[in-house]
Design a protein around this ligand. Structure first.
Ligand SMILES: [Zn+2]
Length: 283
């Protein structure tokens, strides 16, 4: 058992992002990792003496495959509803909503310097490795319930949704108010020494993310869970405030160049369990 707070479990051996289970009569899972984690999550649910059907909601902090990859399989195994922000979905002609796939900025991929430094080469080397391709593919994921800023999922006194666009248009940071615990997804990285913003090359998105992060200063937060790496259990509010006070005006190419080896390592390891060993310090 890996309880990080009473009734809040960081499920071990998940590939991709963290997957955190919040236990109540009906349980909530925040993020799922890449595709193929369904059985690991079900085994964990059984290990703590619960039934797969007790899972009521699967909340995805944003559409990226390393967070949403197992949502669909898990929903089919448990009957849980998949929840995402409206801006993270597209609607089909039949009126069903599906999670976005791939690059949210259709037509504007990474800039040339990023592709030159990391992009194509690393992606090609990942593709070559047997059995890994599935993990990098986006799965058709039907969203059963969309949420907006302020919505509350009824678990352990309420999981309140904060809309924090920037990393993606519909990124959310849910807050478990009874535990003063926030789930930051990829909107903040937990580096070894301090918190950082994720690498974002689009200036407009950087500004939008900063507005989102500054809005977190009004919240009562003690503990923070991240999309990758260990949680921050003490004084998360102070660390988040310190992050938002640091300027965010260095060009992204300079940050990327400075942290070239870390970025490469990160991309190569992104399929391993618990792969995030400190991110890129973005300023
Ligand atoms: Zn992400």
């Amino acid at each position: 058992m890996t309880e990080i707070a009473p009734k809040v479990h960081r499920i071990p051996n998940i590939n991709g992002s963290n997957a955190v289970l919040i236990e109540d009569k009906k349980m909530v899972l925040v993020d799922t990792g890449v595709a193929g984690n369904g059985d690991t999550i079900i085994s964990y649910i059984k290990e703590i003496g619960r039934k797969p059907e007790d899972l009521g909601w699967i909340v995805v902090t944003h559409f990226h495959y390393d967070h949403s990859g197992s949502a669909d399989e898990l929903s089919k195994l448990t009957g849980a509803n998949i929840v995402a922000h409206l801006d993270e979905t597209i609607e089909t002609s039949e009126g069903k909503k599906f999670l976005l796939k791939g690059n949210e900025n259709t037509g504007t991929g990474p800039p040339w310097w990023y592709r030159t430094l990391f992009g194509n080469r690393i992606i090609r080397s990942n593709r070559k490795k047997k059995g890994t391709q599935k993990r990098f593919d986006y799965i058709d994921t039907e969203i059963h319930q969309t949420v907006n800023h302020g919505d509350i999922i009824p678990v352990l006194g309420g999981l309140r949704i904060l809309h924090t666009p920037g990393h993606t248009p519909g990124s959310i940071c849910p807050i478990l108010e009874g535990r003063k615990m926030i789930f930051l997804g990829d909107s903040v990285l937990n580096n070894r020494i301090r918190l950082s913003r994720p690498l974002t090359w689009d200036r407009r998105k950087r500004k939008q993310l900063d507005v989102s992060l500054r809005s977190l200063r009004d919240e009562q937060i003690e503990h923070a869970c991240f999309g990758h790496g260990p949680p921050l259990m003490d004084d998360a509010e102070v660390s988040i405030k310190a992050l938002t006070e640091r300027p965010y005006n260095i060009p992204t190419w300079r940050i990327a160049l400075k942290h070239r080896s870390t970025l490469k390592r990160f991309r190569e390891r992104s399929k391993q369990p618990g792969h995030w060993e400190g991110g890129i310090d973005s300023e």
